[in-house]
Design a protein around this ligand. Structure first.
Ligand SMILES: [Fe+2]
Length: 469
């Protein structure tokens, strides 16, 4: 019925605090159960153990219950909290098209778990999870990637995607140094130092930031694929569910088809999406998950003709229409759209977004033309969510949406998609013969994605780009 992000209501990016008083959609209903995505006492113990300060008022189950109960008028007095990695797993499995799958969860740290492999299946309609293997703090692929993000001067736990973008520009000259300095056992995923507080600022000191990024990405991919090999070796299923913050690495995701026949990553694989996983665990059954347009609704028809006109005349336009996307990507309902052809578009959109010039934008394309324009990755039956890169066959024609390594983070749109972006692409294709647009999220710099019409109005004022509703 609804899934949303606290940050889109408080307007504080990555806001860790729940705002039930702001998420009015949630307060409109009565509940029989409230589900939380980690064990409060275990999380608190982890924070104490790792020397962090607790950030929430839910340090114990009782406190969580009191905190939630202050806002939610759930009637049956049922509240549940679930293990963090299990919440990730359920968010993936119970939204997936599979009845049986291997679930891999990789994140920085959740309670004490860092990597988990589960066997998941339905028995009498109820989802069952059996843990097959796991790795625990401080051995963590996510913490390694975050430490390297900080090493090049970016914000850890936030700007990992920028490090990934930089990886296209450097050379992989640091792999053996990383291996000897940090890794204890590559197959068992054990590290010989705790990277939670970062890594020595002198580490790889003679290398450029771009080379560090390339080496980090390549090394991380090796570690991820080791986990995938191990998961595959259990022989439980050729279906893969992959969740956790590391599953946002769309570059590493391109090779998952080498290990599994079918891949599903829920469009919100990070911690925010685990809210859905906790709810799924409380529900127990398969969820009828059709799309990610589950958030705040801006009413009215999708402004197809206005957008088409703007694109033809100005080449860049904004849209805030229908329900907001659940997950980190704008998929056409809160998007800045542009003509992907021509050499000046990337600079023009970058100027609006005020971000690093080296970073590319993503294409959104009519699904039936995807193979014609891109070398699509194997194993992905659903590429609707900008989760994986594909090599563009005509990089010279579309410089704005192709990265320096020749890949694009693709979003395909099938017929029947629950967003007007499909109709817009169809009409755009009829007029221009081009089946794709550039699509980037609509957000004011430093703020979360535009949520309501008031946000869209502020965007228009700030950047002088019309946002149609
Ligand atoms: Fe997590």
């Amino acid at each position: 019925m609804f899934a949303g992000h606290s940050e889109r209501y408080s307007k504080i990016k990555n806001d860790p605090i729940l705002h039930p008083d702001l998420l009015l959609e949630l307060c409109a209903w009565e509940y029989d159960t409230v589900a939380f995505y980690e064990r409060p006492w275990l999380h608190n113990l982890q924070q104490w153990y790792t020397g962090q300060r607790a950030y929430g008022p839910w340090t114990t189950h009782g406190a969580l219950k009191k905190y939630l109960g202050a806002w939610y008028k759930y009637s049956a007095n049922r509240e549940r909290s679930y293990p963090h990695h299990l919440s990730h797993a359920a968010a993936g499995f119970q939204t997936s098209p599979f009845d049986r799958a291997i679930v891999v969860v990789i994140d920085a740290i959740g309670e004490f778990d860092t990597i988990s492999i589960y066997a998941a299946e339905y028995m009498d309609g109820q989802a069952q999870y059996r843990k097959l293997w796991g790795q625990r703090y401080p051995h963590s692929i996510g913490l390694f990637y975050s430490a390297m993000t900080a090493r090049v001067g970016l914000r850890p736990m936030e700007e990992e995607y920028i490090l990934m973008g930089m990886a296209a520009y450097g050379k992989n000259t640091g792999a053996s140094l990383i291996k000897s300095a940090i890794i204890d056992n590559e197959w068992n995923l054990t590290f010989n130092q705790n990277l939670h507080a970062g890594i020595d600022s002198e580490f790889l000191g003679n290398m450029s930031d771009m080379d560090i990024a390339t080496s980090t990405q390549a090394f991380t991919e090796n570690l991820i694929y080791n986990v995938m090999r191990r998961a595959k070796n259990f022989g439980f299923s050729s279906n893969l569910i992959y969740m956790g913050g590391v599953a946002l690495n769309c570059l590493a995701n391109r090779n998952l088809g080498d290990y599994f026949k079918n891949v599903w990553i829920m469009p919100n694989p990070g911690d925010a999406g685990s809210s859905l996983g906790a709810a799924a665990l409380a529900y127990g059954k398969k969820i009828n998950f059709k799309h990610a347009y589950l958030g705040h609704s801006i009413g009215g028809n999708y402004p197809v003709n206005s957008l088409l006109d703007s694109l033809l005349h100005d080449k860049i336009t904004g849209v805030a229409s229908g329900r907001a996307e659940f997950g980190p990507r704008a998929l056409g309902n809160r998007s800045l759209l542009a003509d992907p052809r021509g050499s000046d578009i990337k600079d023009r959109v970058n100027k609006i977004k005020r971000r690093q010039q080296f970073r590319p934008f993503a294409p959104v394309i009519l699904a039936e033309y995807a193979d014609e324009y891109f070398d699509m990755p194997s194993g992905w039956s659903d590429t609707s969510y900008m989760q994986v890169v594909a090599r563009c066959r005509y990089p010279d024609q579309f410089p704005a949406i192709v990265h320096a390594d020749g890949t694009s983070r693709i979003q395909t749109v099938v017929k029947g998609t629950d967003s007007g972006i499909r109709e817009l692409l169809e009409k755009w294709y009829v007029v221009t013969g081009c089946p794709m647009l550039l699509n980037t999220s609509l957000n004011i710099r430093g703020e979360p994605m535009v949520n309501d019409r008031a946000d869209a109005d502020r965007f228009e004022q700030e950047y002088g780009v019309r946002v149609w509703s």
